[in-house]
Design a protein around this ligand. Structure first.
Ligand code: BTN
Length: 238
């Protein structure tokens, strides 16, 4: 993808929020990148701590069908491919879409649908936050045990290039599940693991059995199996 489709802000509240202003004016693939975020948003209404040193980006998608788990899974594969190609670092994927290096999270992905009155969303805003290099003094105490970084410093210009590459890869992959589902499954760090399925305050023990062709997670509770389409899990036994 072309760098001219990427807009860079040194600092913004949230790139996902900023991209909403461009919903109708911008084409699919238009990307906003920020050097840091003051109010980064995470999944499940959580915040996403976004200090300088990370890459925070949001891509505008206008899908025919908004299959959330497929869009976010395509993004997870795209990020791992680009990180492997550019930096030679293999990463895994923790369902649904956390990117994992050495057992810790290096990247989170948040897709948000935007409706403008129609039945179908007008667009999907796909936000990606990658910990390139940890802030001086390390990550905040809330995340230091679960987060890691790639250990790579990038200038603003290099972040724009990296974001353009990731966005381009997402545009190639997401409309064609057959182009990435096998790789998503192969990169899974949860298949075969003992996990908890988390629903609000409730945690249910299960085994992650496999990933289906829509990137749903097949879990076995012992007495029954279920396919999770979205949600949250944690790995009990690594
Ligand atoms: C998660 O792991 O909970 C998802 C985190 C998504 C963070 C990215 S950073 C760029 C974009 N803008 C946001 O406010 N959030 C996403």
């Amino acid at each position: 993808m072309n760098r001219s489709d990427v807009l860079y802000y040194p600092e913004v509240d949230s790139t996902n929020k900023a991209l909403r202003e461009y919903l109708h004016a911008a084409p699919e693939g238009f990307t906003i990148v920020a050097g840091k975020q003051t109010a980064g948003r995470g999944r499940m209404g959580r915040s996403f701590i976004s200090p300088a040193g990370g890459l925070y980006m949001s891509v505008l998608l206008k899908p025919e069908k908004d299959s959330f788990s497929l869009i976010t899974s395509a993004a997870a594969v795209a990020v791992t491919q680009v990180i492997a190609e550019k930096f030679g670092m293999p990463c895994g994927i923790k369902w649904v879409n956390d990117i994992i290096k050495d057992g810790k999270k290096v990247c989170g992905i948040l897709a948000e649908s935007v409706f403008d009155g129609g039945e179908k969303p007008a667009a999907v805003i796909l936000g990606i936050g990658i910990n390139l290099i940890s802030p001086e003094g390390g990550f905040d105490k809330e995340i230091k045990d679960i987060a890691t970084d790639l250990g790579i410093y990038l200038t603003a210009d290099e972040k724009i290039d990296l974001a353009a590459e990731i966005s381009g890869r997402i545009l190639e992959l997401y409309p064609r599940p057959e182009s990435f589902v096998k790789e998503y499954r192969e990169k899974s760090v949860v298949i075969g693991k003992e996990i908890y399925v988390i629903r609000g305050a409730e945690k249910t023990s299960a085994t992650a059995v496999d990933i289906d062709d829509e990137c749903g997670l097949i879990v076995d509770y012992g007495s029954k199996t279920e396919v999770l389409r979205t949600g949250e899990i944690s790995v009990r036994v690594k």
